[in-house]
Write a protein that binds this ligand. Structure first.
Ligand SMILES: [Zn+2]
Ligand SMILES: [Zn+2]
Ligand SMILES: [Zn+2]
Length: 354
């Protein structure tokens, strides 16, 4: 994730709604892929580079979003919030905070998907389009985080760090984050779009990940009953060994993690540029992740990135990299109301064309 700049010169972060130095209201302008300072012009409108925007209703009313909407767009919600199908029950006092965390992780994911040029068609435009349901367990039903027919369901309690840590330990996972859930589930979403619909991609997928027609329920049950121990030789995580779909989603999530973290490292001048070539990128990532783990150790944190890649995992990452390179890179994205204004210094997308 990049940093952005206020017109006063102060650094702005992706989640900011105000500049902490000059006090200006700020918002993320999807058409510019940037957090910008906003000049109020009355009637709830704000000017950025001479164009007018409104705040998303979940920004102005609920304070869980910081995205802007072009004045001419009649939708009350921004590109990210209009994907919501179910939001948490706000009569539960802790849920506002949990919702904020869910929305922050969701927008972080969506920003990256946009920069990769991936479609974010909503369910209002397409039956199995992208949607999010943030749901809670009740007396009758336990909510399983997962994906079905375009809809990504996240159990709201995953936004509670104590619950998430309990689940992490119970399931024997080395790493469990809210953003990681979003990345993983987006993998299932794009599998349906990029792999299932294309015979050539599907056969290449099966060669690498295995045949996804294997019974899914059986495979998951076998995994939780204590599956094979040789997974480090061919997949990225124990869960990835459960079924080819989970292998795909886990590998996809790692691809996004690496891509995003390298972007952050470029932005902080830790590395010169994001290498185009995947092998060079993984070599850079290996060195960077060792540094991240060492820095985390000095901070008293457990190993922040506890993964190593076997050769088959690298081949799978290569497959995802090549697949994404074949997607249309970001020029404008669905919902954009025309060509973006000329990128400013803060609005430049360093990855256009990648
Ligand atoms: Zn400022
Ligand atoms: Zn919004
Ligand atoms: Zn999954």
């Amino acid at each position: 994730m990049r940093r952005f700049s206020c017109q006063c010169g102060n650094t702005l972060y992706f989640e900011n709604s105000a500049c902490l130095r000059c006090g200006r209201t700020v918002g993320f302008v999807p058409q510019q892929q940037a957090v910008r300072s906003l000049e109020p012009v009355g009637d709830g409108l704000y000017s950025v580079d001479g164009r007018h925007y409104r705040m998303c209703l979940h920004y102005v009313r609920d304070r869980v979003c910081n995205w802007m909407i072009p004045e001419a767009d009649p939708e009350p919600f921004c590109e990210a919030c209009r994907l919501n199908e179910i939001i948490p029950d706000l009569s539960q006092p802790e849920n506002h905070l949990h919702w904020q965390r869910l929305e922050t992780a969701k927008r972080h994911l969506l920003y990256q998907l946009m920069t990769l040029g991936l479609p974010l068609t909503p369910r209002s435009q397409q039956k199995d389009g992208l949607g999010f349901a943030f749901m809670e367990d009740d007396d009758n039903q336990q909510v399983l985080t997962g994906h079905a027919g375009g809809l990504i369901t996240i159990n709201v309690r995953e936004a509670d760090s104590a619950y998430r840590e309990t689940m992490r330990k119970r399931l024997g996972e080395p790493y469990r984050t809210l953003l990681g859930h979003f990345r993983h589930e987006s993998g299932h979403f794009y599998w349906d779009r990029l792999i299932a619909t294309n015979g050539h991609e599907l056969s290449a997928f099966r060669d690498l990940f295995g045949d996804e027609r294997a019974d899914y329920a059986d495979a998951i049950a076998r995994h939780y009953a204590g599956g094979g121990m040789d997974w480090p030789h061919h997949v990225i995580s124990a869960y990835a060994a459960a079924h080819p779909w989970e292998d795909w989603a886990e590998t996809w999530a790692h691809y996004l993690l690496i891509d995003d973290t390298l972007e952050t490292a470029v932005d902080y001048d830790l590395i010169a540029a994001l290498p185009d070539n995947l092998n060079a990128r993984l070599e850079t990532w290996r060195e960077l992740s060792l540094m991240i783990n060492a820095l985390g150790g000095s901070l008293g944190m457990p190993t922040l990135y506890p993964f190593v890649y076997s050769d088959p995992v690298i081949e799978k990452l290569e497959f995802i990299h090549a697949l994404l390179e074949r997607q249309v890179p970001l020029q404008t994205y669905p919902g954009s109301t025309g060509p973006s204004p000329a990128p400013t210094q803060t609005g430049a997308n360093p990855r256009t064309g990648v």
